[in-house]
Design a protein around this ligand. Structure first.
Ligand code: SF4
Length: 472
């Protein structure tokens, strides 16, 4: 055995997404689980939950004393520069392997900025990490870039792993449960986990890079065996499970079987899924999901405008979205809509219309992102060939001669304040209450942790009322 003690490290001390640290680092846990029987010991450290190791010096002390293989996951574009600095401050003498989506897209930059990084795993890394810990010659391992005699060697890409034979994350490697915390304060006693029941998505939305890895390899839609998924869920102690599948209901018949098994096994959890609107064509499935505990649907609506939906190759139009939401709203499900603004040819008023459209659909909450391109996203070429449109080098955020990044931020705030009004917040909390997602005692914590966005909305509403009173 070449390595006695491997450290699998999530280097992000704070979350890069809106999920507020409630969910584990799934990709890193897959890597840790896949190498655990091939090394003496694995320690899994998620810095969001390990304040004593957030300081590079303290972490370096632990690494020098204990660790002979350091595996780090770099997933997000945000904080990328700070994460590179953090990694560069870790010990040079320990074999350091970096992987993850962002690492795959930024191989050269990471080698340049982090002289202590020896190897970068590109693409999905479950098989590659096994070859590394089994001490295969680096030149023979596909999917790697590594240093040799002062040069960077890039091996050929590796085929995507066969997920039917990839073990799911071993939760016993965790050092703590995952809870909802805000600014370091625990909001709720609920515990959270994630399950990946399938990988890939058969659709081809033009803006999407979920089902492409940063090497441009498209992940064919593949399903794990249902028995294995149910076995995994049965072993989970968390109250809330999010399926990280790109599009959970791709195979409705399989989804029904999964619901049946959840019910038959007496599994009492709350589930969160990402889905397309097509699920509303199958009300039998919607009924089953309600019975099985599926409480939050994250729905990719993307835009209210047919010209943009068509350009995205989304596969549906505004009137189909409206019809789908009439059906969604018959069920006791919390529905969150994803939107993209700042699209090619989109005017400010068209962007702001997202808020009104979302209200017409009776969405409980929404999030909206600027149009972005990734290294291999099909949109990159489109933006490059559209006069007046550009993207930032750091995040791939698209902007134009007409709407700068600053303008887009202002527009984002307009959408936000138009949607998150007091009545809307009331609707949102009523829905959470109806779904019994939070106990009575936890409401206080939730209110105290209301994100800035909601507090801003309240302030704005207050100012408006005051102004009205003063003008009377
Ligand atoms: S349905 Fe979702 S995951 Fe699939 S290609 Fe479209 S945006 Fe991507």
């Amino acid at each position: 055995m070449k390595y006695q003690h491997a450290l699998a490290l999530n280097p992000y001390a704070r979350d890069s997404t809106a999920t507020m640290g409630v969910f584990p680092s799934t990709g890193l846990e897959y890597i840790a689980t896949n190498m655990k029987d091939l090394v003496g010991k694995v320690t899994l450290l998620d810095l969001r939950y390990e304040p004593e190791y957030q300081d590079a010096e303290a972490l370096s002390g632990f690494i020098r004393k204990e660790i002979d293989l350091l595996c780090i996951s770099i997933t997000w574009s945000s904080q990328f520069s700070a994460i590179c600095d953090f990694i560069a401050g870790l010990p040079d003498e320990v074999t350091t392997v970096v992987g993850g989506n962002k690492a795959t897209a930024e191989v050269e930059t990471i080698f340049e900025r982090c002289p202590n990084v020896d190897i970068i795993v590109r693409g999905e890394g479950e098989d590659t990490i096994k070859d590394i810990v089994n001490d295969l010659p680096l030149k023979d391992i596909q999917g790697l870039s590594y240093r040799e005699n002062g040069k960077i060697i890039h091996n050929a890409n590796r085929d995507l792993p066969d997920i039917l034979h990839v073990p799911y994350p071993d939760r016993s490697l965790r050092r703590h449960p995952y809870r909802w915390t805000q600014n370091g304060v625990q909001v709720s006693n609920l515990t959270f986990d994630t399950v990946l029941a399938s990988r890939g998505c058969p659709f081809n939305c033009r803006f999407c890079t979920f089902n492409l890895n940063p090497l441009g390899q498209k992940r064919k839609y593949v399903e794990r065996q249902l028995e294995s998924v149910v076995e995994e869920i049965k072993g989970i102690t968390a109250d809330v499970i999010m399926f990280s599948d790109d599009n959970f209901f791709t195979n409705p018949e399989r989804s029904k079987l999964l619901c049946d098994q959840i019910i038959a096994n007496g599994i009492k959890k709350s589930f969160i899924v990402q889905t397309r609107i097509e699920i509303t064509r199958d009300e039998e499935l919607l009924k089953k999901t309600e019975q099985a505990g599926f409480k939050i649907f994250l729905v990719g609506v993307e835009s209210p405008h047919d010209k943009i939906l068509k350009h995205f190759n989304k596969g549906f139009n505004q009137s189909q979205i409206r019809e789908a939401f009439k059906i969604f709203n018959k069920y006791n499900i919390f529905i969150h809509g994803y939107f993209i603004y700042g699209n090619i040819g989109e005017t400010e008023e068209e962007m702001v219309y997202i808020a009104q459209f979302a209200k017409e659909l009776k969405l409980d909450s929404i999030s909206f992102q600027k149009l972005r391109v990734d290294k291999f996203s099909p949109l990159k070429e489109v933006i490059e060939n559209t006069p007046g449109y550009h993207y930032t080098a750091s995040h791939g955020s698209v902007y134009s001669d007409r709407y700068s990044i600053k303008d887009l931020k202002r527009i984002r705030n307009r959408i936000r304040f138009k949607f998150y009004t007091l009545p809307q917040l009331g609707r949102l909390f009523r829905k959470i209450y109806r779904l019994h997602m939070i106990s009575d005692r936890e409401w206080l914590g939730v209110f105290m942790a209301l994100p800035g966005i909601l507090i801003d909305a309240l302030k704005k509403e207050f100012k408006k009322t005051r102004k009205r009173k003063l003008t009377k």
